[in-house]
Design a protein. Structure first.
Lengths: 302, 155
């Protein structure tokens, strides 16, 4: 993976992302190694995303590397009208690796074509966010001991949720059975289902969250946003149907874990937080190890 | 019928050197002229639309004197008029007659339908892979969204 950009989850093979997960395990045991001491990582956030940025910066700092960059486009030369190409080509002169978040879809792919250093896509509009996908895979493997043959439920906004799309595409490599729980308006797009069908895997669709809880290994919750509905009455009708409450978990499997990409608003009641099924904060922590593993691989250190 | 057929062939054979683009859907003739830049071309051009066609009912045809299309231009024709046939003429003789072929990759001349795609905001030539050659569906190399035939805007 040395010197290779990661723009889309499809850029790496199954074997390659399993390798990243293995390296991430090493970092989980020992996250403070001074292996990036001679490296500068640029974090270019053309739109703010505090969580993702801090996760990357923590990953670099714990490995002794230096971070340069900006936290939103208003504080960069973009505001003066500089093209994306010029920004990337310039920053590539100052850094060994560029992590970028950008509101436009396809921006990271374009950057990877003009940059002299590798690019890690930390989110390009509604398109891709591959490191979120990697940390989700890591969290699933860590809690279940494997990625194969699992029953995985995705709940909430399955139409627009890019993390759901990337996860489904990645997990289709592992013979999983998919359970999709969403209001009718926010069903998983057929372009994503195509990946499941290509592998001849099973999927089921539900509108009732309670139905899937007894038999799934992973319950992946996402937020339903009001602005996704053209009819506000429709939103009011469905918004409470996809909220997970502690008392709903009475009959779940003993190994079942609840995941969420965060930030959460109200789709997981806080009474779930201290239950043994809650894994979303640990999941965010895993993001640091996975990003350490990814950067170390791309820089050719691991 | 006989006299009509003779007259048609007469016009075709009137081209000493050049290319005939035949079997263009009638409604696409002006589009093909535009995307090939023939509207600002100095050579002699004859074109017709809503001509009778045994195969399609109605068709369009464009004849360009002293012009032999390059691969990139043929790709454009294939996207705008996948049913078209190219007839290459030298010294009044038909040298080559072939159906255009929908390419694997479409570069630079179609706009991505996604308003949030980086190619619609920065100075970046578009690039698509053809994911369905029959329905002509293009997947953007950058934003990964699909643009279908009915939404094509030629640039």
């Amino acid at each position: 993976m040395k010197n290779r950009s990661l723009v889309s989850i499809n850029d790496y093979s199954k074997e390659e992302y399993l390798k990243i997960l293995d390296i991430a395990e090493e970092f989980e045991k020992n996250p403070k190694q001074k292996i990036l001491e001679n490296y500068v990582v640029a974090t270019l956030f053309f739109e703010p995303s505090t969580r993702t940025r801090l996760s990357f910066e923590s990953a670099v700092n714990q490995l002794g590397g230096k971070v340069i960059g900006f936290t939103d486009a208003a504080s960069s030369s973009v505001k003066k009208g500089e093209s994306l190409k010029d920004t990337i080509k310039t920053v590539a002169n100052y850094s060994d690796l560029i992590v970028m978040r950008h509101p436009l879809e396809g921006s990271a792919r374009f950057a990877s074509e003009v940059s002299a250093v590798p690019i890690i896509n930390a989110g390009d509009g509604a398109n891709q966010h591959p490191t979120q996908c990697l940390l989700d895979l890591y969290s699933i493997r860590k809690t279940q001991g494997k990625l194969d043959n699992l029953h995985i439920a995705f709940v909430g906004d399955l139409k627009y949720g890019r993390t759901v799309h990337s996860n489904v595409i990645a997990l289709a490599n592992f013979n999983c059975t998919f359970h999709f729980v969403s209001p009718y308006e926010l069903k998983l797009p057929s372009a994503v289902k195509r990946h499941i069908k290509e592998k001849n895997l099973e999927y089921h669709q539900y509108t009732d969250l309670n139905e899937v809880i007894p038999f799934v290994d992973i319950l992946y919750m996402t937020r339903i946003q009001r602005e996704r509905f053209s009819d506000p009455v429709e939103y009011e009708r469905v918004k409470n149907a996809y909220i997970l409450n502690g008392n709903m978990l009475g009959n779940c499997k003993p190994n079942m874990k609840v995941l969420h990409p965060l930030p959460r608003v109200n789709e997981i009641n806080e009474n779930v937080d201290d239950m043994k099924e809650a894994y979303y904060f640990q999941q965010a922590r895993n993001g640091v190890y996975v990003r350490q593993a990814l950067m170390a691989s791309i820089l050719g250190i691991k | 019928m006989e006299s009509k057929k003779t007259r048609k062939e007469l016009i075709v054979s009137a081209l000493e050197n050049g290319t005939v683009i035949d079997h263009i859907p009638s409604k696409n003739v002006f589009q093909v002229i535009k995307i090939l830049g023939l509207d600002s071309f100095d050579n002699q051009i004859l074109f017709g639309t809503n001509l009778d066609s045994r195969r399609y009912g109605k068709k369009g045809i464009i004849k360009v004197k002293n012009k032999f299309f390059e691969k990139e231009e043929i790709n454009k024709i294939a996207i705008a008029a996948p049913s078209a046939t190219l007839i290459v003429i030298r010294d009044f003789e038909i040298i080559e007659k072939k159906a255009v072929e929908v390419p694997e990759v479409v570069d630079k001349f179609i706009k991505c339908i996604n308003p949030n795609c980086v190619t619609n905001h920065e100075n970046i030539p578009t690039r698509f892979s053809v994911i369905d050659k029959d329905a002509i569906k293009l997947q953007c190399h950058y934003c990964e969204k699909t643009t279908s035939k009915e939404n094509f805007i030629f640039i």
